[in-house]
Design a protein around this ligand. Structure first.
Ligand code: 5GP
Ligand code: MN
Length: 345
């Protein structure tokens, strides 16, 4: 394995300049990460709870490469009901996943993906607290840098962009499986190349990935263009009670709505994308009741309002235009608190 990334046939000519960040991750941090990885025989990977395409895709892509380097790799996320969301089951490499109870109690080296706070590690937070070294690979501006080494670039459109850099720096090469995982991250976090985070560097990375022979049409269908029938009925209930108040459009979905159709919580992810279309609204909010009865709050802004700041004030976090948090209050109280915070940002 060589640390020199410049001559890789499928790698970027200069890794540090490829994410449009001007090299927000210092070279010394990359060097330290490579050193830690090279000297470890076993590496434990983790991403945030209820993983999205960026979290799981980045983690599995790096897992493939570490495994090919001869490392023992475990990968997981800390959900109480450990299951890969249906729309991500097409991702290769899931045989490398272990449930949180089988995760090493005190890993020598951990790498976390797309995880902005310690809390987002869920059941794996204790393992992380006991780990000797924790490399935090992430692109959230609100990242609390909870580990021992931060590889954080808030300008990167996806954690997958940082994962690609790590792979090249490790001397790894893309193959179809790795490219599929990275592409899932890139396409998820750029909203299919629609969000303003979609820089030329994003398209250049997409070109490198698609060149591995990806069926992007099939990936798109898996991610967005299919769902069980019950998802339509639950969407109908959500739209039936949608409310427009000034520049705020919002709705909610209860676990009773879902129970009628046996619909898992993870199937609610796309509803915010329909609600946020509303021309009259600057901010869109969807409250989703999880299986434990807590409200998972999804917020989206068209740009003038920083929903990341509002959600951070309420114990969550995220990005300027897309953020979330958990509320244990009623729908009414949750919305009252959120309106107050949105009024401040
Ligand atoms: P979504 O609405 O898709 O669940 O989340 C949008 C974004 O908000 C995510 O990419 C993530 O960055 C952030 N986010 C959502 N929920 C939480 C949360 O509970 N805590 C933190 N820190 N960030 C969250
Ligand atoms: Mn992400």
């Amino acid at each position: 394995m060589t640390p020199d990334v410049r001559d890789r046939a499928n790698g970027p000519a200069r890794v540090g300049s490829r994410n449009g960040s001007g090299g927000a991750v210092p070279e010394s941090a990359w060097d330290r990460a490579l050193h830690l990885i090279r000297q470890s025989d076993e590496i434990a990977l983790a991403c945030h709870v209820t993983p999205d395409g960026d979290a799981l895709g980045s983690m599995l892509a790096v897992a493939f490469v570490l495994r090919s380097m001869g490392k023992r790799v475990v990968a997981s996320f800390g959900d109480r009901h450990f299951a890969v969301p249906r729309l991500l089951r097409f991702l290769p490499g899931q045989e490398m996943l272990v449930p949180p109870e089988d995760y090493p109690a005190a890993p020598e080296l951990m790498i976390t993906f797309d995880t902005s706070t310690f809390e987002r590690l869920g059941l794996l937070s204790d393992n992380t607290a006991r780990a000797r070294e924790v490399i935090v690979l992430d692109h959230h501006p609100s990242n609390a840098a909870f580990g021992t080494l931060a590889l954080i670039d808030a300008k990167a459109a996806a954690t997958a962009m940082l994962a690609e850099q790590l792979i090249y720096r490790l001397g790894g090469r893309l193959d179809r499986d790795i490219a599929t995982c990275l592409y899932a991250g890139l396409v998820t976090d750029t909203g299919s190349f629609r969000y303003p985070s979609t820089t030329p560097a994003v398209h250049q990375m997409a070109a490198r990935l698609v060149a591995m022979g990806l069926r992007t049409d099939e990936i798109a269908r898996e991610l967005w263009d299919r769902s069980p029938f019950g998802a339509l009925k639950v969407l109908a209930a959500a739209l039936d009670r949608v409310t427009l108040e000034g520049g705020l459009v919002w709705t909610y979905i209860t676990r009773v709505d879902r129970a009628a159709y046996g619909l898992p919580y993870a199937e609610l992810e796309g509803i915010i994308d329909i609600v946020r279309r509303t021309d009259e609204a600057e901010v869109a909010v969807v409250l989703k009741e999880d299986d434990q009865g807590a409200w998972q709050v999804s917020t989206r802004s068209k740009g003038t309002v920083d929903v990341g700041a509002a959600c951070a004030a309420l114990g969550g976090g995220g990005h300027h235009n897309a953020a979330g948090y958990t509320s244990h209050d009623s729908v009414e109280d949750t919305m009252a608190a959120l309106r107050r915070e949105l009024g401040k940002v």
